[in-house]
Design a protein around this ligand. Structure first.
Ligand code: NAI
Length: 332
C-alpha cells in the first residue's frame, strides 16, 4: 500500500468544504489507490460544525482515509501537509464594501502563508479556492517566499468545466467529447472564457468548436456571458453559492496537476505568470496548462486575435487593480 498523502482543507465546515472532504476521502482527488490523511482547519465560531464533519467522516468508514484532524490551530493544521486546499475565507455579505472583504482575506492569507511555509512539506502544492481566489493566492505567494512559485495556484477549473458544459449542451454531445477551452485571467466576472481553440469529437472525427457551432457570435457573446455569470445564476437559483461543482472542480485541478493531463488536452489553472502571452510576470493569472510529473506548464504558441487580446487585457487590468487594493489593505 502507498504511503498516505496529507491533505489540508481550510474552511472545511463551510459549504464547499463539506462537499469536498468526502470526495477526497473517496479517492476522487488523488486516485482510488492513494490513502489520505485529512487536516481540516476552521475558526472558533465554526468549531462545533467542524467537529461534526469529522464525526461524519468517521461514520462513512472510508477505506482510504487513514486519519482526520479537525482543528482551529493553524500550526497543527499545516504541519506535514502535502496538498493544501484553501477554501476558508471571509465571504462578501450584503452591504459590505469590496475593500472590507479584501482586507479580511488579505490578513487571513498572510497568516496562513507563514504557517504553511514553516510547517508544511517542502514541496507542498497549494490550491486557493476562496475568493478573491487569484489575489488570495498572490498574497499567499508573497508571504511564503520559500514555497516555490510553481506550487501556488488558484481555482479556475470550475469556470473551465462550466464552459465545457455549455458547449456540450449547445452541441448536444457528451461533455467528454469537448476539450481545450481556456479561461484566461481572473476568477471574476472579467474572466475570458475562450473557445476559439476548443475542439469537439463527432462521428466524423475531431473538429473545431467554432466550426461545429457554426455561429461565431454565440461563442463571442452568449457563451462568455453565461460562463462569467454562472456563479451568480447559481446563487440566484439556490440562494447559496456553487458548492458541489466547486468541490468537484477542485478535485479535477489537483488530480490533473499531480497525475497529469491526458495527451493532447489542456486545462485552465490560475498560476504564476512568467510573462507568457504578454501577461505581466508575477500575477496569478489563469492560463491553459498541461501537467506532467506533478508540474504544470503554460501551453505556448496559441494564436491570439484582437478580440481575445482585448479581453485578456481587461482581466489583466482587473487583477492589477485587485493587487493594488490588496497591497493598500496590507499597509493599513
Ligand atoms: P462558506 O462561508 O460556507 O465556508 C467558508 C468557511 O471558511 C466557513 O466555515 C468559515 O468558518 C471558514 N473560515 C473563515 N475564516 C477562516 C480562517 N481564517 N481559517 C479557516 N477557515 C475559515 O463558503 P463556501 O460557499 O464554502 O465558499 C468558500 C469560498 O470559496 C468562498 O470564498 C467562495 O467565494 C469561494 N468559491 C470559489 C470558487 C472558485 O471557483 N474559485 C467556487 C465556489 C466558491
Amino acid at each position: 500500500e502507498k504511503d498516505p498523502v496529507t491533505v489540508l482543507v481550510t474552511g472545511a465546515a463551510g459549504q464547499v468544504g463539506y462537499a469536498l472532504v468526502p470526495l477526497i476521502a473517496r479517492g476522487v482527488m488523488l486516485g482510488p489507490d492513494q490513502p489520505v490523511i485529512l487536516h481540516m482547519l476552521g475558526i472558533e465560531l465554526a468549531k462545533e460544525a467542524l467537529d461534526a464533519v469529522k464525526m461524519e467522516l468517521i461514520d462513512a468508514a472510508f477505506p482510504l482515509l487513514k486519519g482526520v484532524i479537525a482543528t482551529t490551530d493553524v500550526v497543527e493544521a499545516c504541519t506535514g501537509v502535502d496538498i493544501a486546499v484553501m477554501v476558508g475565507g471571509f465571504p462578501r455579505k450584503e452591504g459590505m464594501e469590496r475593500r472590507d472583504v479584501m482586507s479580511n482575506n488579505v490578513s487571513i492569507y498572510k497568516a496562513q502563508a507563514s504557517a504553511l511555509e514553516k510547517h508544511a512539506s517542502a514541496n507542498c502544492k497549494v490550491l486557493v479556492v476562496a475568493n478573491p481566489a487569484n489575489t488570495n493566492a498572490f498574497i499567499l505567494k508573497e508571504f511564503a517566499p520559500s514555497i516555490p512559485d510553481k506550487n501556488i495556484t488558484c481555482l479556475t477549473r470550475l469556470d473551465h468545466n462550466r464552459a465545457l458544459g455549455q458547449i456540450s449542451e449547445r452541441l448536444d454531445v457528451h461533455v467528454n467529447k469537448v476539450k481545450n477551452v481556456i479561461i484566461w485571467g481572473n476568477h471574476s466576472s472579467t474572466q475570458y472564457p475562450d473557445a476559439s481553440h476548443a475542439t469537439v469529437t463527432t462521428d466524423s472525427g475531431e473538429m473545431s468548436v467554432t466550426k461545429a457551432v457554426s455561429n461565431d457570435q454565440w461563442l463571442k457573446t452568449e457563451l462568455i456571458a453565461t460562463v462569467q455569470q454562472r456563479g451568480a445564476a447559481i446563487i440566484q437559483a439556490r440562494k447559496q453559492s456553487s458548492a458541489l461543482s466547486a468541490a468537484s472542480s477542485a478535485c479535477d485541478h489537483i488530480r490533473d496537476w499531480v497525475l497529469g493531463t491526458p495527451k493532447g488536452s489542456w486545462v485552465s489553472m490560475g498560476v504564476y505568470s512568467d510573462g507568457s502571452y504578454g501577461i505581466p510576470a508575477g500575477l496569478i493569472y489563469s492560463f491553459p496548462v498541461t501537467c506532467e510529473k506533478g508540474e504544470w506548464s503554460i501551453v505556448q504558441g496559441l494564436k491570439i486575435d484582437e478580440f481575445s487580446r482585448t479581453k485578456m487585457d481587461a482581466t489583466t487590468n482587473d487583477l492589477i487593480e485587485e493587487k493594488s487594493l490588496a497591497y493598500s489593505c496590507l499597509n493599513e
